[in-house]
Design a protein around this ligand. Structure first.
Ligand SMILES: Nc1ncnc2c1ncn2[C@@H]1O[C@H](COP(=O)(O)OP(=O)(O)OP(=O)(O)O)[C@@H](O)[C@H]1O
Ligand SMILES: [Mg+2]
Length: 484
């Protein structure tokens, strides 16, 4: 073999090894749709043997109508498919759920065939099941601790309570008044507030001050879980409904007797919102693939970070569900309309970070307060808390007053909105000294996300694809990182 031939063989063999050792299933079809290659991973999903699938039309192997086959559509349109979810019966008679994309393979303008890249949803399901399990364990820990309260032992606090929600402004007092009344009732509560205003704090406080407080509070962020997994997580699954599915309770059953907090409900797919509405009306749930309805007694708190009427108008939130959920409707005000709360919050956060960072600050200079009160805090209380944490990292231990001299030179980054392409870095901890490792990682993550978004002209879907995550996953990260 000459050098070029050796290189070709090497590459081919290396690709085969790679393809058999990744997590994704790969199917390659020719221009007619006949399978010419399938990696080991895909064969394992399907319980197939290579010799039984090769040379057959992919839609025949998977028992799809030709017109419904995404590979067929990809060949026909000669363009990549949108992300799909397929449910099909494997040879072993089990439902397989995969999500993936198809791409045409071209030579010049001629389409030679297409390739499908599939990810089995089973692993994600398992991961989510573990998270739910973990949440339950934590909850049980709390119950045990609650049992020890009477013995005079003070347990570490796990849930927020109303006393933790600081603020003297009329606006926050009004929200607290509503929330305290809601805690005494069993009605569904709908929380609306911008990011960082304290929705999670309110939800926890309502639960911990309600008669359900010895039962679980289960929270789920609807924007953080891939759409196709949400239904099974919320309603549970029965064994065999798809590969690896076990009889598993959903969050409704886990929260029985307690509270279910559905955070960012406007990110829940509309058809699932319909199922949720039915479950609420009937007070019963049916597990995915299950035959029986299971009665549940759950108090629902939900939240939305855009104005609910807007979310309804933009078809992110079903109006019938909204009216059902918003029996008590609580709006949590943004920090910019309650600036008198800034001092109270800053004083409190300074006390916290004095302990955490072993500093001794007991005063903050009026100039700094001036800056803080001028700013409109798009990231609200969370952003303010991060600002204090960052500033507290900067001051020397023997310093007792926080003055401008000790705040980082790039302090102003906290006040700059980088708004080209509509991107807005709310909290950019660009400080050179004394920054904790977690902050550096966060900073690098911000830079990466912003770069990728810029590269794709601000298109979130494309940037998410480049990271290999879902659009919702990226939106979630952006919110957590304070990028708008
Ligand atoms: N009124 C308040 N008093 C004290 N701390 C607060 C208050 N509001 C918010 N915080 C703090 O701000 C941070 C953000 O609060 P929380 O997570 O409840 O906001 P959120 O509205 O759920 O935000 P997101 O929409 O981004 O999830 C938390 O660290 C919380 O401790
Ligand atoms: Mg939240």
């Amino acid at each position: 073999m000459n050098r070029d031939e050796t290189k070709t063989v090497l590459l081919n063999e290396a690709f085969k090894i790679v393809l058999d050792h990744i997590d994704e299933g790969i199917i390659v079809v020719d221009a007619e749709g006949k399978i010419i290659y399938c990696n080991e991973v895909q064969l394992k999903f399907d319980g197939q043997k290579f010799e039984d699938v090769v040379g057959r039309y992919s839609w025949d192997v998977y028992n799809f109508e030709k017109k419904d086959s995404t590979l067929f559509k990809c060949l026909q349109k000669e363009e990549p498919s949108k992300a799909y979810v397929h449910y099909y019966l494997s040879r072993a008679g089990q439902y397989v759920r995969v999500t993936g994309n198809n791409f045409p393979v071209k030579q010049g303008s001629k389409t030679l065939g297409a390739v499908a890249i599939d990810r089995n949803l089973q692993n994600s399901e398992e991961m989510v099941a573990k998270v739910v399990e973990l949440q339950k364990t934590l909850q049980e820990g709390k119950r045990d601790l609650a049992g020890t309260l009477g013995s005079g032992y003070l347990p570490e606090k796990r849930f927020f309570s109303f006393e933790d929600i600081l603020g003297e402004s009329d606006a926050i007092r009004q929200s607290l008044l509503w929330a305290k009344s809601a805690a005494r009732s069993d009605s569904p509560v709908f929380l609306y507030g911008e990011t960082g205003t304290g929705k999670e704090m309110f939800a926890q406080s309502i639960h911990s001050n309600s008669s359900r407080n010895l039962k679980p509070l289960i929270s789920i962020n609807c924007a953080a879980i891939p759409e196709n997994l949400l239904e099974g997580i919320i309603f549970g699954t029965v064994k065999g409904v798809f590969t690896g599915a076990t009889d598993r309770k959903g969050l409704f059953e886990e929260a029985d007797g307690g509270t279910l907090f559905l955070d960012e409900i406007n990110s829940m797919p509309l058809n699932l919102q319909g199922k949720l509405l039915r479950a609420l009306e009937e007070r019963k749930v049916r597990r995915l693939g299950g035959k029986h309805e299971i009665p549940v007694d759950v108090r629902i708190i939900s939240s939305c970070n855009s104005e609910p009427t807007k979310a309804v108008a933009e078809k992110q939130l079903r109006s019938d569900l909204y009216y059902r959920l918003a029996v008590v409707n609580i709006e949590i005000p943004p920090l910019r309309i309650r600036k008198r709360d800034i001092r109270i919050l800053v004083d409190y956060f300074i006390q916290c970070f004095n302990i955490k960072l072993k500093k001794n600050i007991y005063e903050i200079s009026p100039e700094i307060y001036g800056h803080l009160e001028e700013y409109d805090w798009p990231g609200n209380v969370r952003q303010l808390k991060h600002w204090v944490e960052c500033a507290m990292n900067m001051v020397p231990e023997d310093q007792t007053i926080l003055i401008e001299e000790y705040v980082p030179q790039k302090f102003n980054y906290f006040f700059i909105r980088e708004s080209n392409l509509g991107l807005n870095i709310v909290n950019h901890p660009s400080v050179e000294r004394g920054v904790e490792v977690s902050k550096q990682i966060r900073e690098q993550e911000i830079v990466k996300v912003v770069d990728e978004l810029k590269r794709h002209g601000g298109n979130i879907t494309k940037a998410a694809k480049a990271f290999g995550i879902s659009r919702q996953g990226l939106q979630y990260r952006m919110r957590k990182l304070g990028i708008k």
